[in-house]
Write a protein that binds this ligand. Structure first.
Ligand code: AMP
Length: 143
């Protein structure tokens, strides 16, 4: 199973924001959409950062009352790890585990075409294991 098949099942919609969006607007979007991260893109739709709920918690923990009025560009991670559609689910699990993050934007030809979260990865991994178990049961029952 690869990223292309995950996107086919879940769709290619990605929540994005511009760098000047405030952290408060980001928090509202995360809460309303029930998601964990937003990809920050410039006016050419190129990925320039990612902001997750962890970054927001970190910003709030500074204790400053004005922190949520700051632009997302001050709280996001700039060095974003992305992947192409041909990556396997196992490779993504390794990327997420090594990088200690739970979201990987999918980029093809410089354009953002989707996002895979750890939830998507776990869901697909469980489906793969279930298929293996079922194949094994069939094999044993016919043997
Ligand atoms: P997460 O586990 O996705 O909530 O993110 C944990 C931390 O990693 C946060 O500081 C995020 O900004 C950062 N992060 C999330 N996804 C990525 C990514 N694909 N590449 C680099 N950093 C990321």
């Amino acid at each position: 199973m690869n990223v292309a098949s995950v996107l086919k099942a879940k769709g290619r919609a990605v929540a994005t924001a511009r760098p000047e969006t405030t952290l408060k607007e980001i928090a509202i979007q995360l809460a309303q959409k029930g998601i964990g991260a937003i990809v920050v893109v410039d006016d050419r739709d190129e990925v320039v950062g990612i902001i997750s709920e962890r970054d927001l918690v970190r910003a709030v923990a500074t204790g400053s009352n004005e922190v949520l009025d700051k632009p997302v560009s001050e709280g996001m991670t700039r060095d974003v790890v992305t992947c192409g559609e041909d990556r396997t689910i196992d490779e993504l699990m390794e990327i997420m585990t090594k990088g200690r993050f739970r979201h990987v934007p999918v980029v093809e030809g410089g354009k953002l075409i989707g996002i895979v979260s750890i939830g998507d990865v776990v869901k697909n991994h469980i489906a793969e294991v279930e298929m293996e178990v079922s194949a094994m049961r069939d094999y044993l029952s016919t043997g």
